[in-house]
Design a protein around this ligand. Structure first.
Ligand code: GLV
Ligand code: MN
Ligand code: MN
Ligand code: MN
Length: 412
């Protein structure tokens, strides 16, 4: 076969599917809002499943609503798996997760239409609730898929809006018979936008992802004494808003002092009763700490806990900390990372080996099979934002690398 005869993905077909999926939950400002297990998520799922069925894939759904489309449909061997997620944060973009699922579908379609002879099946998946915005932890579906969270516990999980995961799965019709944990795939490779500024700044087209940094999410509840804002002298206060604010400043300073790659975020803050002239009764906020080194991450967690306890004592409030997610740093399979790098270079791309700052389903799959990820650049490093953007040429480049890696893994 000459180069011009080599099967190649269709960028127009992938671009059209990305646009069609982005219309579901379209926020009108370029963004997408499809929180996990909402009606918008169901619509998105139904659309992707319809495409899987049109291609003749066998569509399997497991007990936590992960969906896997396998080719050939009668395959029994463990497949080479690709995919990602189609849920978004409330103020999400069009590519986070969606790119990996639809580029995976495009790769499988190209494999089918080109008549490539496979040594093992190929499959494309989308995993339930990767974002963790509606219910925690993040990478929820893939965690259950690999046996990291028992199915029963997962189904009983309560979302921030009070809904129960099992009820929501039933409601949207995505409880399937496939068991969790699943039988491990032969290998997993996920294409994703970088969601950070590195590739663009360095002028590289492809990231060969070496692993994912550790993630610690906590929900902190500060309970004090609600009282009149005008009459309560400052030295009589037990003020949860003050303690929450001081802890938010503390984690920022902690990250600044530690330096990269330590990052720290307070992303959600709620005051109760949230009124102008009332010292609040309660403050609830989240802390997201991440680091590539687990000891350093643990040190940050301990420093935060110590500061929270000290402030609780001086202000006369109680501070409760609840872990929402805690994942150690993950290193991907060295041979798989080399393969991504080699394959991208063979396509003429400039490649950077890099860790991922964001969490991904691949970090869960890495527990059970050789795993790697392909990154494409994010314009201005913006993500979890309607302005999230990647240049079409870069999306196409990433999808091409994904296709080549899948073909290699499925034909060797
Ligand atoms: C999940 O998307 C995360 O990295 O926060
Ligand atoms: Mn994602
Ligand atoms: Mn995300
Ligand atoms: Mn993520």
């Amino acid at each position: 076969m000459t180069d011009t005869d080599a099967p190649a993905i269709s960028w127009p077909r992938l671009e059209a599917r990305l646009a069609e999926l982005a219309r579901i939950g379209d926020t009108g400002d370029g963004g997408c809002s499809r929180l996990a297990l909402t009606d918008a998520d169901r619509e998105g799922r139904d659309l992707v499943v319809s495409w899987m069925r049109e291609l003749g894939l066998r569509v399997d759904v497991d007990g936590i609503g992960n969906v896997v489309g396998t080719w050939p449909a009668d395959a029994t061997e463990a497949p080479v798996l690709t995919g990602s997620h189609i849920d978004t944060v409330r103020t999400g973009g069009r590519y986070d997760g969606n790119l990996g699922v639809l580029a995976g579908l495009e790769a499988v379609e190209t494999i089918i239409t080109s008549g490539l002879e496979l040594a093992r099946p190929v499959a494309v998946a989308f995993f339930t609730g990767e974002e963790g915005s509606r219910f925690a932890p993040d990478m929820f579906g893939s965690l259950v898929y690999v046996g990291g969270l028992p199915l029963e516990e997962a189904l009983d999980t309560v979302a921030v809006d009070g809904a129960v995961v099992g009820d929501e799965l039933e409601r949207i019709g995505y409880v399937g018979p496939l068991p969790c944990p699943a039988r491990p795939p032969a290998a997993f490779v996920e294409l994703h936008i970088e969601q950070g500024p590195v590739l663009e700044a360095e002028g590289d087209t492809i990231g060969a992802v070496t692993g994912v940094q550790g993630i610690s999410w906590q929900e902190v509840t500060v309970t004090g004494q609600s009282n009149h804002a005008g009459t309560t002298p400052m030295d009589h206060r037990h003020d949860p808003a003050y303690v929450a604010a001081a802890l938010a400043v503390f984690v920022r300073e902690l990250a600044d002092e530690a330096g990269p790659p330590q990052v720290a975020t307070v992303g959600r803050v709620e005051l109760h009763p949230n009124l102008v002239n009332v010292v609040p009764a309660r403050a609830t906020f989240t802390v997201d700490l991440r680091h590539t080194d687990d000891d350093a991450l643990r040190a940050a967690e301990e420093a935060f806990a110590a500061r929270a306890d000290a402030l609780a004592a001086t202000e006369g409030v109680t501070v409760e900390r609840r872990s929402l997610a805690r994942f150690a740093p993950v290193e991907f399979d060295a041979g798989m990372v080399d393969r991504v790098e080699r394959t991208a270079r063979a396509r003429g791309h400039s490649v950077r080996r890099m860790p991922s700052g964001a969490g991904h389903d691949a970090q869960m799959l890495a527990r059970v099979c050789p795993t790697a990820m392909v990154f494409t650049p994010s314009v201005d490093g913006i993500s979890h934002n309607p302005d999230e953007h990647t240049l079409p040429a870069d999306l196409e480049a990433g999808a091409g690398v994904l296709f080549d890696v899948l073909v290699q893994l499925a034909t060797e």
